[in-house]
Design a protein around this ligand. Structure first.
Ligand code: 1PR
Length: 596
């Protein structure tokens, strides 16, 4: 008998989606997964009429989509995308709702074991098996694809729904490919799948550490693969049953077309040929919005010079570079691969009290269909009335408001310092808790280091680099001191030591700023970015200092950064995002212009 690893810790207790609370907490004693799979298999042999559940014939023309949201993470973006396409959403409350659906979308989120546990406890697993075996319109997304397989190695082995032969395993990072697989990649179409008809050579957005592999046993299901060090299953299709490993709701216009084709199979599109080129993971270009309240009380996008965001005038006002929702929407239209919001005063203001910021996120996610990251103030907090909020609660609110990833700054520094001192993973830090519940890929650690020159590597206990340009007194080495509270306080830990520690503690990505280069427009700190991107096997986002398009090609050619982020040049309209993309194409860093 296989037991499931599922602690109630892993269920997110703050789900605001209707009905999901009751799904999570009214669960009665669960059938074991083995029993469940036997039931699933049996149900394929028996006709659906053996059930005393009423099944509505599919009209196919309704504008209602049934959504299976079991409350373990953010499905707001899927909801937004469905609504954007003009459909209404009905949430699954009971297994019957699955069986009665005209078309069902299952955006699996969270970890495999806890998802299976919830599905089993609520009777949803059996209903799903029946629905899929009956060839009813189904679209699984990400974990919603993986759960269809026999089992997963994620915290396992853990049995899945057992509908498709194969085991879901982890990407192998030993061959130099960074895990999680985050970013835009092309598909190799294996067979006609209809919902992928508009994809052509466009890239779609992936974010996952586990994948299913194509084999002789499952080849009748596989409709496309993707290559990331190895070929893995990017989508499956059999009859009316579809599932995709990528996120159509985060893949811009082309992703929306995948959803549209599923929701309305008769919809016409511009069917583009797929050249079938093996494509590498695209280098991402990220637009970053540093957000704070100005002296008039308005939430504005600001941008500093070396973290000083005030104008050097008599009034000393906060620089105002625009409105967050409008700018984010513009960057999406301009082709940004991701958009990040940093609530830069979050370290002193409590983010859950910052309702306008949450509102910004909600409104942005209604129209921006690429990944959204939000950072600032993620830590435990006790308010004036003595009410304690855990960092997990803060992050959960960000996720519920539309974030796909959260970014932790100061709190990650304290956590890493403690971890390096004790060598003990307590499991209690914000980083560990949030990555356990939402997955590593949802947790970015933002590092704000400052360069400190030294004469010799022996002068400090931290990792140094030989710098390309010597320091003011001819120093040939530097270490990068981490700071907290928006660069206000230096801490006794280097960026190298921090990066390695947070990777061990469960961070899925690093946003690597540099206070010296921030807002200077003189290029990224190549020494720093090389140091960190060579030290870890999670993706590193290079940040701070972009001034011209050549800075982007330089950072991608000289370091192993997976993405480059910029703020000032985009806000001031000095360099359009499209110009960066065209330049990367010209330099051979990208294979074609339109990743999405
Ligand atoms: O410590 O968890 O509350 O998180 C606070 C977050 O806010 C951190 O991610 C920190 O980097 C950010 N932050 C705090 N103060 C400032 C500031 O500028 N005064 N912004 C700040 C940091 C860095 C980048 C910036 C790039 C690119 N901004 O995001 O956008 O440097 O700029 P450029 O292209 O114009 O050079 P916590």
């Amino acid at each position: 008998m296989i037991t499931l690893h599922c602690s109630s810790m892993e269920l997110v207790p703050y789900s605001s989606s209707f009905g999901t609370k009751s799904l999570l907490f009214s669960a009665l004693s669960p059938p074991s997964i083995i029993t469940l799979r036997q039931k699933c298999l049996k149900s394929t042999r028996k006709s659906i009429s053996t059930r005393n559940l009423v099944i509505r014939a599919s009209s196919g023309s309704s504008s209602v989509v049934t959504l299976l949201d079991y409350g373990a993470g953010n499905v707001r973006s899927v909801r937004n995308a469905i609504r954007h396409l003009g459909y209404e959403i009905e949430d699954v409350q009971t297994p019957k709702d699955i069986l009665n659906a005209d078309r069902l979308i299952f955006p699996g989120v969270g970890a495999f074991a806890s998802a299976m546990d919830i599905l089993a406890k609520t009777g949803m697993a059996e209903a799903l098996c029946t629905y899929i075996k009956d060839d009813r319109p189904f679209l699984g997304i990400c974990l919603g694809l993986q759960l269809l397989f026999e089992s997963s190695e994620e915290n396992g082995p853990v049995n899945g729904l057992g509908l498709i032969p194969g085991v879901v395993g982890r990407f192998n990072s030993s061959n130099g490919f960074r895990v999680p697989h985050i970013g835009w990649n092309a598909l190799q179409i294996a067979k006609d799948s209809e919902i992928l008809d508009d994809i052509g050579d466009h890239h779609v957005y992936f974010v996952h550490s586990y994948r299913a592999m194509p084999s002789d046993d499952n080849k009748e299901w596989v409709s496309s693969t993707c290559n990331y060090g190895e070929d893995f299953i990017a989508s499956i299709r059999r009859g009316n049953v579809h599932a995709v490993q990528f996120h159509p709701e985060k893949s811009g216009d082309v992703g929306l077309s995948v959803l549209r084709r599923f929701l309305n199979p008769k919809s016409k599109g511009t069917k583009k040929p797929n050249h079938g080129k093996a494509s590498k993971l695209a280098k991402r270009v990220i637009a970053c919005l540093d957000v704070r309240t100005n002296d008039e009380g308005d939430l504005v996008v600001t941008k500093g010079d070396q973290y000083d965001v005030r104008e050097h005038t008599k009034e000393n006002e906060v620089r105002n570079l625009g409105k967050p929702v409008e700018l984010a929407g513009q960057y999406y239209k301009d082709g940004a691969d991701e958009v990040s919001f940093l609530n830069i005063t979050g370290f002193r203001d409590f983010p859950l009290g910052d309702l306008p910021m949450l509102q910004v996120l909600r409104r942005t996610s209604e129209n921006v269909f690429v990944p959204l990251t939000v950072g600032g103030g993620i830590r435990d907090f006790t308010d004036a009335n003595g009410r304690h909020y855990s960092s997990l609660e803060v992050a959960s609110e960000y996720f519920r408001s539309g974030a796909d990833k959260i970014s932790i700054g100061s709190d990650a520094v304290y956590t890493a310092e403690e971890y390096l001192k004790t060598k003990v993973k307590t499991g209690k830090s914000s980083l560990e808790q949030i990555s356990r519940v939402y997955g590593n890929q949802a947790v970015v650690v933002s590092i704000d280091p400052r360069r400190v020159y030294v004469k010799s590597p022996n002068d400090v206990q931290f990792k140094t680099v030989r710098v390309a340009k010597p320091g003011p007194n001819g120093e040939e080495y530097a270490w990068y001191q981490c700071t907290v509270s928006g660069g206000r306080e230096g801490r006794p830990i280097g960026a190298y030591e921090l990066a390695k520690a947070v990777e061990e503690l469960g961070a899925g990505e690093i946003l690597l700023n540099c206070i010296d280069c921030d807002g200077q427009g003189k290029g990224f700190d190549i020494d720093l970015i090389k140091l960190i991107s060579d030290a870890v096997s999670i993706p590193v986002i290079a940040s701070s200092g972009a001034g011209i398009v050549e800075h982007f090609s330089e950072v991608f050619m000289k370091t192993n950064a997976s993405a480059a982020l910029a703020a000032g040049i985009f806000h001031r309209k000095e360099v359009p995002i499209q110009a960066v993309k065209e330049h990367l194409l010209k330099e051979g860093i990208e294979e074609w212009l339109e990743p999405r």
